[in-house]
Design a protein around this ligand. Structure first.
Ligand code: ADP
Length: 414
């Protein structure tokens, strides 16, 4: 047996082991696909799922540095749609832009020229169907990037391994209905933000995309200075993007006027910042009353303060409250509007460990009630609480991951 064949057999074994060891489908795909990418020399793997109700292919899981949540191929259309419909692999070993307009659309303007939105310079595409083994799933799309073309042998690996994954998934008993359709509350695409200071142009965001599902806790993680707050300010209606688009509850907000943005913020978003921004001459209850007066149908200030366990501190002024307590007042102030969504920008960055956990526990209770939370943080440990994590690197969406096991605030350590 030659070396290459031996390597393939070894990989098959590893994939089988990984899938069997996994306790959820996400875990199986994460571990299995990682091994396959190594073996096939590919950069991205995207599992597409066929949904009978709309006759479209939707991304179910991906190891790929962009948010594909709301992308779709029509069944039969593009490389993914046709691979699934015909139960046949598609090989585009030397991909260039224009070869598959659906793929160009989904991965943005970047395909083939290296510039633009998702930042992916796609140079080879291989799509392999799951075949009859896994009727409820569709296929896996493999991407090669940055000028690297795929070989026929690598395409063979992608195809064989896809069949392996399908069979292993079918054989394992831990996997049920894989695809959960999420309602998208907010969707932002290819957001850029430039600042002009005299002659100098600083590009802070270079094509960030993000989707927020209704009811989820989404963490946005990245090194300090990578553009997280800038992105949050744009999708929170506090700042305007240089280019790109965003929509909220299906309404396009890209060209919203200042008045429309103010209304959007007031009616839908509760903000929590690192600094509490409380009025020092008003007590906790009055700080909340102030916001309650601005919106229709607010929560009672007393009820909001109860939610953050400050019912016995309602009459205290900020100077009489600890940092953690002040932050809890600011959480109650965000809740009083009964917002569709809460945006929290590093809410614990100014607090010590113990106080941070106290504040995170309060947020944990808030999301348990079904509130959607988007939290920006540079603290990896905190992201373990979230349902999903969007990583931002150098102004772009770098990776989106699903947390298979969420960790309770009380169990976080840093
Ligand atoms: P993060 O939240 O990830 O720490 P920010 O979004 O706050 O990052 O900032 C990203 C980058 O944008 C930083 O390098 C910051 O210096 C730069 N930046 C922010 N505001 C301006 C501005 N008005 N002019 C020029 N650069 C800015």
């Amino acid at each position: 047996m030659d070396k290459a064949t031996l390597k393939y057999y070894r990989t098959i074994g590893q994939v089988q082991q990984a899938v069997n060891k996994a306790t959820t489908l996400d875990e199986a795909l994460h571990d299995g696909l990682g091994i396959i990418l190594d073996c096939a020399g590919a950069d991205c793997a995207i599992v597409w799922y066929y949904d009978r109700s709309d006759n479209k292919m939707h991304p179910y899981y991906w190891l790929c540095p962009c948010d594909l949540t709301s992308q779709e191929y029509k069944a039969g259309a593009g490389c993914v749609g046709s691979s699934y419909a015909n139960n046949e692999a598609v090989r585009m070993l030397e991909y260039s832009r224009g070869m598959d307009p659906d793929t160009d659309r989904i991965f943005g303007e970047a395909s083939g020229n290296g510039a633009g939105s998702t930042g992916l310079d796609i140079s080879a595409v291989i799509v392999a169907p799951f075949g009859d083994a896994q009727d409820s799933m569709g296929c896996i799309q493999f991407l090669y990037l940055d000028g690297r073309h795929a070989t026929e042998e690598e395409a063979d690996v992608c195809e064989i391994m896809t069949m392996m994954v399908a069979m292993s998934i079918q054989d394992s008993d831990h996997i049920e209905m894989p695809y959960v359709k999420h309602e998208i509350l907010l969707s932002a695409r290819d957001i850029t933000r430039e600042y002009q200071n005299g002659e100098t142009v600083t590009r802070v965001l270079k094509g960030a995309s993000i989707d927020v599902y209704k009811g989820e806790f989404l963490a946005v993680l990245g090194e300090s200075g990578c553009g997280k707050s800038t992105l949050l300010n744009i999708i929170g209606g506090l700042d305007k993007a240089t280019s790109g688009s965003f929509s909220f509850m299906g309404k396009d907000m890209t060209n919203a006027t200042q008045e429309e943005l103010t209304k959007y913020r007031r009616d839908n978003i509760g903000f929590i910042f690192q600094s509490y921004n409380l009025m020092t001459n008003l007590n906790a209850r009055q700080n909340l009353d102030l916001i309650g007066e601005l919106v229709d149908d607010p929560m009672k200030s007393e009820d909001a303060l109860k939610l953050v366990k400050l019912e016995d501190r309602m009459d205290n002024y900020p100077s009489q409250l600890s940092g953690g307590q002040q932050q809890r007042v600011s959480i109650a102030r965000a809740l009083i509007k009964k917002p569709q969504m809460i945006f929290a920008d590093e809410p614990t960055a100014a607090l010590d460990y113990e106080t941070s956990i106290e504040v995170l526990k309060v947020l944990e209770n808030v999301i348990a009630d079904g509130t959607t939370l988007l939290m920006v943080t540079h603290n990896t440990e905190i992201t373990k609480m979230a349902d999903r994590v969007v990583k931002i690197r150098d102004g772009r969406t770098y990776e989106v991951t699903v947390n298979r096991h969420r960790v309770k605030a009380a169990d976080l350590v840093w």
